[in-house]
Design a protein around this ligand. Structure first.
Ligand code: BEZ
Ligand code: FE
Length: 276
């Protein structure tokens, strides 16, 4: 770093030394250090810096109450996954968490164990998901809530698709006295993350695709335990090795086996960590 570059950075960093909110000052100093370093490392031209600003402006302009393009940017750069990794309080042996995604809608209907989350007609292969929720010491957790959502076979969530009933492929299940749960659904499909905005345009420009590996979302919670936001992935899915939002964890991949009645069945046991 040249003397004048060093002097500039020191001067900017010092302006945050007396922030009323100490954490905010610390965060902004780190932003300045890293962005100055990036500009130096890449020897950015003026046009390149303006290009970056135009891109971020377009990302902001794409956002409204239902569309969050900055979250999509964070997802596709692996930052959302990193934030999840460093913030999950799960103990060794507990179920791994992954990204929530933008299509979670609280308030799904409560459903009885064994019930289907399918409300509308769907050409997908029928799938049963069954499991037991336990604590890390193996004790079953009765009364745990399992909030489930997935896309229909057209690759769209009910919240994205006016053709679907609002409660299609969503539901909250409660584990029985032995910690067991079971629900019926359809085999999840691969689908594209929203690719009609600046993030969607960036991906092909760098040789990437917008596809997610086939998955079902779950949030599992119980009083006295750390909730876990996770997915079950289909072991036969494409894109497991190149998921557009870096959400795949090996421990969450399951084989879907024939159930003997023309459908499929899989097991997804969930291990929860007691709250600290
Ligand atoms: C999802 O799995 O629903 C999702 C996650 C991140 C970005 C887009 C969709
Ligand atoms: Fe999803």
């Amino acid at each position: 770093m040249s003397g004048s570059e060093q002097k500039l950075q020191t001067e900017v960093l010092a302006t945050f030394d007396h922030s009323g909110d100490q954490r905010l000052g610390e965060v902004l100093q780190a932003v300045v250090r890293h962005v100055h370093e990036l500009v130096r490392e890449l020897q950015l031209s003026r046009d390149e810096w303006l290009g970056a600003i135009s891109f971020l402006t377009a990302v902001g302009q794409m956002c409204d109450e239902t569309r969050q393009e900055f979250v999509l940017l964070s997802d596709t750069l692996g930052v959302s996954s990193l934030v999840e990794m460093i913030n999950h309080l799960g103990a060794e042996g507990s179920t791994e968490n992954t990204v929530l995604g933008p299509f979670y809608l609280p308030g799904a209907p409560g459903r009885a164990n064994g019930e289907s989350i399918l409300v509308d007609d769907d050409p997908g292969l029928r799938l049963t998901v069954a499991g037991i929720v336990t604590a890390v010491d193996g004790t079953p957790v009765p009364g745990a809530m399992i909030d489930v959502w997935q896309t229909a076979s057209n690759g769209r969530y009910a919240v994205q698709d006016e053709a679907q009933s609002p409660e299609n492929l969503r539901g909250v299940f409660t584990t029985d006295g032995e910690g067991r749960f079971e629900f019926q659904t359809v085999r999840p499909v691969v689908y594209s993350i929203p690719d009609d905005g600046p993030v969607g345009q960036l991906l092909p420009a760098v040789g990437r695709h917008p596809m997610r590996a086939a998955h079902i979302h779950l949030i599992v919670s119980a009083p006295g335990y750390v909730p876990v936001t996770t997915h079950v992935f289909d072991a036969d899915s494409a894109y497991l090795a190149s998921d557009a939002v870096f959400g795949v964890r090996d421990s969450l991949i399951r084989s879907f086996e024939p159930d003997g009645a023309g459908g499929l069945r899989t097991t997804f046991d969930v291990v929860l960590t007691p709250s600290p």
